[in-house]
Design a protein around this ligand. Sequence first.
Ligand code: FES
Length: 109
Amino acid sequence: MKLFVTDQDGVEHELEGLEGWRAMEVIRDWGLNIKAECGGACSCATCHVYVEDEWIDKLKGPTEEEEDMLDTVGDVQENSRLSCQILMSDELDGLKLTLAQSARADEAA
Ligand code: FES
């Protein structure tokens, strides 16, 4: 399955996703600029991404925990999600995400 990720420089990457993997893990393993400091425990918000409009309703809604973490980042938007909380599945084949500046591995969030 495909996962399209636009990085912080505006470059789009086509990644190969795997069923059951977190979007964050796919992005990290492809070497894109994502900090994902807590490794997927929903306690850092450094895996912050923006979801392309057409995909928002296809994702399961955020938990309260995820919403609380998103509230801690300065560049949060309506379509913000934590990519470690997005599980890849067939329905999400072709998902489009954009990495937030606050997810950069080379900068403090
Ligand atoms: S990796 Fe820490 S909240 Fe997603």
